[in-house]
Design a protein around this ligand. Structure first.
Ligand code: NOJ
Length: 518
């Protein structure tokens, strides 16, 4: 493996949407001190690294992905010092913390953008993408006209509130306003992002999840120009912060890892990708997710792209499979409780660096509702963590119900940490057992080989990690046979029976065992 931060191959991440995790001061919104108070819970579960969604100063038109000041945290979460303390408290427990870096755009309330809107030339004139005159508005670009005194249109990167920072163009089609990605002015924009990284790394942060990492340079079809910028970031880290990691929101591991130099790249809920195929493949009311018990689909197609990307990036970096994230419909939406347990068995036994989204470890539900802070349909996956069924607002906050960031799940059977802690067969305890097994066995961690040894058309899958650590699945609602004997399991969801030197897997079963290949 290429040189990596030493902690990465055993890293097991937990993603926190800070608004909704734990409110320590009763204002109805989660905060850093709330997160600190739950570090022991996260550690006990067996996670050793955290990713926090953006917590910088922001008008929160896109839940913080509209950054107004990269160097200051939003007061609703606490102070910069509180975040430094969170880094310290995590490190004290042997845990790492990465922040979210949003390099592609700022908020339109960012001081850089306000300066860039001025008609007078200044340091920020070229920090964003502008056309040369307000009437020059070529089709095909998301341009905004007439919103500033400056004579030009600016380009958006995502929502209306998010003007695109200027990383130039690869194919230049309008030379009167488009600059090359090799231009000095682009270098200045990227240098500022490197300084943002240095600022937080110097204060104890352990790396970054990088938002929309593939989209910096425009008209960059093969992504070669965007990749060249990121290689500079990797070189900076290798030289100055060799223990810091970068994980990209790219969803194309060969490009992100081999071309751009990211340590890890996410497998997201994109059509055809593993997370989608395994857990969210629902179309026109038909659920074809591999882990849906009625689907009976082969794991071959489910894993095809994943296996290919794994193979292509071997020794260069890690593919990061996720349970979900703040953009995706919750895991439990298309899977029943057993299906969720089976998926976690896969997530936590695959190579690479896994990420679990807060609340997925108890099977929190997707709660469809009105949009909050630019969440739209994503809002239903961002509701407060459910800690304690006996406490006000399920232990998330002491605030009155109408002050909560979002309401908690009020259903009588809402999944809760308190209840699941005492139930040995809860999702939470399954996740905990899997994390423990992963931590105790090198073969289940990031680097060990993955060899798919059996994959039937009717749903059975078996892969081996390292020399002989086997993981077998029958996600269907019928018994299935596995052509290997299981002589004692290290972990089971469901059940199995020996049969003529082979094994009968009961419906919705996963087994981890040592394979005897003789
Ligand atoms: C991807 C983030 O995950 C999402 O939440 C955000 O809205 C967009 N990027 C824009 O930053």
């Amino acid at each position: 493996m290429k040189k990596m931060p030493s902690w990465l191959k055993t890293a097991n991440f937990y993603e926190i949407y800070p608004q909704s995790f734990c409110d320590s001061d009763g204002d109805g919104i989660g905060d850093f001190n709330g997160i600190i108070s739950k570090l022991d819970y996260i550690k006990e579960l067996g996670f050793n690294a955290l990713w926090l969604n953006p917590c910088y100063l922001s008008p929160f038109m896109d839940a913080g992905y509209d950054v107004a000041d990269y160097y200051k945290v939003a007061p609703r979460y606490g102070t910069n010092e509180d975040l430094y303390r969170l880094f310290d408290e995590a490190h004290f427990r042997g845990m790492r913390v990465i922040l979210d870096l949003v390099p592609g755009h700022t908020s339109d309330e960012c001081e850089w953008f306000k300066q860039s809107c001025l008609p007078e030339h200044n340091k920020y004139t070229d920090r964003y993408i502008w056309t040369d005159c307000v009437w020059n508005r070529p089709q095909g670009y998301p341009l905004v006209a007439g919103n500033a005194d400056r004579d030009g249109c600016y380009m958006l990167n995502f929502f209306l509130c998010q003007p695109a920072l200027n990383y130039g163009f690869n194919a230049i089609t309008h030379p009167e306003w488009q600059i090359s990605y090799t231009d000095e002015r682009v270098r200045a924009t990227f240098d500022e992002m490197l300084n943002v990284m240095r600022f937080w790394l110097d204060r104890g942060c352990d790396g970054f999840r990088v938002d929309m990492a593939d989209s910096l340079v425009k008209n960059d079809d093969d992504k070669s120009a965007t990749a060249s910028l990121w290689r500079r970031a990797r070189a900076m880290l290798d030289g100055e912060y060799p223990e810091a990691m970068l994980v990209s929101e790219w969803c194309n591991a060969p490009r992100a890892i081999n071309m751009a130099g990211f340590h890890c790249d996410f497998v997201l809920d994109h059509h055809g990708k593993l997370v989608y195929n395994a857990t969210r493949n629902v179309k026109d009311g038909v659920n074809n997710s591999y882990f849906c018990k009625t689907a009976h689909v082969s794991a071959k197609e489910t894993m095809r792209i994943y296996l290919d990307e794994l193979c292509q990036t071997k020794d260069n970096g890690y593919v990061s499979v996720i349970s979900g994230n703040h953009d995706e419909i919750r895991l439990s939406n298309a899977l029943d409780e057993r299906g969720v347990k089976l998926y976690f068995t896969m997530l936590l036994t695959l190579p690479g660096v896994p990420f679990t989204y807060y609340g997925d470890e108890i099977g929190m539900r997707y709660l469809s509702q009105t949009s909050k802070e630019g969440g739209f349909q994503r809002t239903g996956s961002r509701t407060p963590m459910q800690w304690d069924d006996k406490a006000a607002n399920l232990g998330f906050s002491d605030a009155c119900r109408d002050k909560l960031y979002l309401d908690v799940d009020r259903s009588a059977d809402a999944p809760c940490v308190s209840r699941q802690l005492t139930d040995p067969s809860s999702i939470l305890n399954i996740v905990k057992a899997l994390n423990k097994l992963r931590a105790e066995n090198d073969e289940l961690q990031a680097d060990a080989e993955l060899d798919v040894i059996y994959c039937s058309d009717d749903g059975v899958l078996c892969y081996v990690r390292g020399a002989d650590m086997a993981v077998a699945f029958n996600p269907t609602d019928e018994e299935r046979s596995l052509p290997y004997a299981i002589n004692g399991a290290l972990f089971t969801v469901g059940g199995y029976l020996p049969k003529d030197g082979a094994t009968l897997l009961k419906p919705q079963t996963a087994v981890i065992f040592r394979l005897n290949r003789r």
